[in-house]
Each structure stands twice: as C-alpha cells, then as structure tokens.
Design a protein around this ligand. Structure first.
Ligand SMILES: [Zn+2]
Length: 424
C-alpha cells in the first residue's frame, strides 16, 4: 500500500521519521435501515428552557419535559446538544471554572466565527454561547452530574456531541493535556480518554433512566476516532463546508467509502450542509444519489427535507428496518445479482426474502446515462418479478432481463422489484 501523506511538492532538508500506531476498533454490527432506525431531534441553540443556548442546565424543566413528551409520542428521542470544546460562559459552574477549564491555545476555533473574540471579550461578554475549553475530567464530571439531574426530571433522553474531534491542548496543568518533551517543547494532549469516558458515562445514564434510545450521537467531520466513540449509537459525518458546490464533485468516492461502506465501529449517519441550496430539489437529489448507496441515517437539516422524507416513506413502506431486511452495498459480492451498469453508475439495495428489493441506482457521472438493468432473479429467490419506479407511484417499468432506465447526471433512480412468483 502506498499513502501520500504530504500531498504537495516538498523538499525535506532533514530525514523524517513517521511513526504509526494501531487503533483497535471494536466493531459492533451495523443497524440495517439506518434512515428509519434513528429518529433524533435535539435541544440546543434556540431553546430558552435551557439556561444557556447550548447548556446542560435547565431553567424551565416543565417546558423541556413537554417537548420530550411530544417528541416521544412521534417516536423521536431528544438529545441535548453539547460541544466537546465549547461551554456556555454563563453556566453556573463555568462562571467559576472558566480559567481552570480554558483550552490552550485559546483561539483555535475562528473559521466562520470571526466574531467570536469580540463576542467573548466585547460589550456583552457574558451573554455569548461559549468559550473554548477542554474535556478535562472535572468538566466531564460536572456535565454528567447535570445530565443525570436533567434525566431525573425527564428533560432529555440522550446527548448529541458536536466538535468531537481531537483538540490539541498544551496546558500542562490539565490532566492528560500535554507534557514537556526532552527538547523542552510541550507535546499537546488530546483528551481522547476523557471524550470516551464522557460518552460512556452519558450512555450509562440514559440506560439507567430508561430513556428512549438511541442514547448518544456523535458528530465529527472526517475525524472518526472509533475507539473514543465506541459507546455511541450513531456517528454522524458531513456538515462539511461545501456550500453551493455539487455534493458528488465535493466528496470523492473514497471519502464516502471509508466512512459509509461496511462496518468500522459505529452505525453511520450524515449531517447535510447544502446551505443556500436547501430549497432546490436537484442538490438534494445529488446528495441522496451518493448517500443512499450506504444505508445512512440522514439528519433532517440543511437539505430539501420534503424530498428526504418522500424517499424515507418509500423505505418505510418497503420495511427497511424489518428483521428479515438486508442491505447489500455495491461493494459486496451479492451486489452481482444485478448487472448492466456502465462505469460511474453504482447500485445498492435492500432485500427482503420473498418480498422483493428496493434498489438505488446512482449515476455518479455528470452526464445522463442509459442503463439496461438486468438481475439474476434466481439469486434473489424470485421466479419472476416486475420492476417498478418507487418514486412515481410505482409505475411498472418492465420485467426481468434488461429493464431500460435513464438516469440524469449526479442523480439516482429508486426501483422496486416485486416478485410475481417466488422460488423460496
Ligand atoms: Zn487541556
């Protein structure tokens, strides 16, 4: 295997030694039917029943409890938003511990938040959301204490952890945050174990309080540190700043495959970020063309939600979370039950024995493609089947042996195979 770590022309003036470590990944089975299996909303930024916009203490438990009740009635779980590196300035404990918990170097989170220094030190310093701080054991203890109380009061079911990627901190007064190297410089620490502890202890709280699962969701763009997240139920990638850029142009296939294809630890989810394009159908279709190949839960945000829900309705009618349902990704051997795909067109499907298949055929090229889709009915356990378009009220497209499909560039077709006779 060859890996290009530097990825740009460079002249090394002295020898470099790159040391690798192995990251043991505890793999749990993936949940099939990801987009229907998870139903999460979050308390967070705009909820005035929280003491602070993204805090952990509740000024109005009654209102929070009402919201939890409504969500549960619709099958949702409510996660309290928490950023692993930011904490509200006006939290009762933070008022006294802000210097103790402060992250060093302080100003690492400036992209897109240029106003942050002004908001922290400006005229209304105590009214802004948060400042950079470290996942120190004492901070984690405090958060766990607050969540325990909030769950006692039925204000929340679980936690959504944002900014969960490793943050280097050189404050050697923090436990696990750096040490002085032999050359006199400080080696930063990353509080990996504290993050793991935070997730584990919060998941235990949800379990003890018998709240509605899933209990813990982690968001991280690209940096999935699986051992840290192993007590989470779902890991959410995305929210990558590709505003106004085409999703498939922006995310190369290997990126999506590393994250989405197969099991590497935690069931996967995706947070869209089609800012400015949410109202348009095509950008969301392009995103779905890519994501539907991987059986991901998709957070209902920053995309055309009605379209995502229409597709989710098709999936739920088919029964993607049914016990007998299996997801087959294009990279798996059983994907060869289908053939006739030109280069750049990929196919993944849900399959229920005797009940049929829900198939996504995605055109990852920019040009419109004609496909003559064939399938091995015997391999799927059918004697014969009809092929129907799942999006257009299931109109019949043809029967086995080469169904012509036309797919727009960076788009997909959702197809249902309905057995007319089964062999098993
Ligand atoms: Zn630190």
């Amino acid at each position: 295997m060859r890996v290009n770590f530097i990825a740009k022309p460079a002249t090394l003036t002295t020898p470099r030694t790159i040391v690798f470590g192995l990251m043991a990944t505890p793999v749990r089975p993936r949940v099939t039917g990801g987009d229907a299996a998870f139903r999460i909303v979050s308390h967070g930024f705009d909820n005035t029943f929280l003491n602070e916009s993204m805090g952990v203490t509740y000024r109005d438990p009654f209102t929070a409890r009402q919201r939890v009740g409504r969500a549960r009635a619709q099958g949702y779980t409510i996660h309290n938003y928490l950023a692993n590196d930011l904490f509200p300035m006006t939290d009762p404990a933070m008022e006294y511990l802000r210097h103790e918990w402060a992250h060093e170097p302080f100003a690492t989170y400036t992209d897109g938040l240029g106003a942050l220094p002004k908001k922290i030190f400006g005229p209304d310093a105590d009214d802004y959301i948060a400042i950079l701080n470290c996942a120190m054991p004492s901070r984690v203890d405090y958060q766990v204490h607050c969540f325990n109380r909030a769950m006692e009061q039925q204000c929340m079911d679980g936690v959504y952890l944002d900014n969960s990627y490793p943050h280097p901190c050189v404050n050697v007064q923090h436990s696990e945050c750096g040490y002085v190297r032999e050359d006199g410089n400080v080696q930063a620490g990353y509080h990996l174990f504290e993050t793991r502890d935070l997730i584990k202890r919060c998941a235990v709280l949800s379990c003890l309080h018998k709240t509605t699962p899933p209990w813990f969701s982690v968001h991280s763009t690209s940096a999935m540190v699986a051992p840290c997240f192993s007590f989470a139920d779902v890991c959410i990638d995305g929210e990558y700043g590709h505003d106004t850029k085409d999703f498939i142009d922006f995310f190369p296939l290997p990126y999506l495959e590393v994250f989405g294809a197969g099991a590497w630890g935690i069931t996967q989810g995706w947070l869209p970020k089609l800012h400015g394009l949410e109202s348009q159908v095509k950008p969301t279709r392009t995103m779905l063309a890519a994501l539907k190949l991987y059986d991901l839960w998709i957070w209902r945000a920053y995309a055309n939600i009605p379209l995502i829900n229409e597709i989710a309705d098709i999936e739920s009618r088919f029964g993607i979370t049914a016990e007998d349902c299996r997801f087959v990704g294009y990279w798996e051997r059983d994907a060869s039950a289908f053939s006739g795909l030109p280069p750049g067109v990929k196919l993944s499907y849900y399959f229920r024995p005797g009940k049929g298949a829900l198939v996504y055929v995605s055109n990852l090229t920019k040009e419109k493609r004609g496909v003559r889709l064939s399938f091995d009915a015997k391999a799927l356990g059918f004697a014969s089947a009809v092929v129907m378009d799942a999006e257009t009220d299931a109109s019949v497209l043809g029967e086995a042996g080469g169904v012509p499909l036309s797919i727009e560039g960076h788009d997909f077709r959702a197809i249902i195979l309905k057995p007319t006779e089964t062999t098993r």
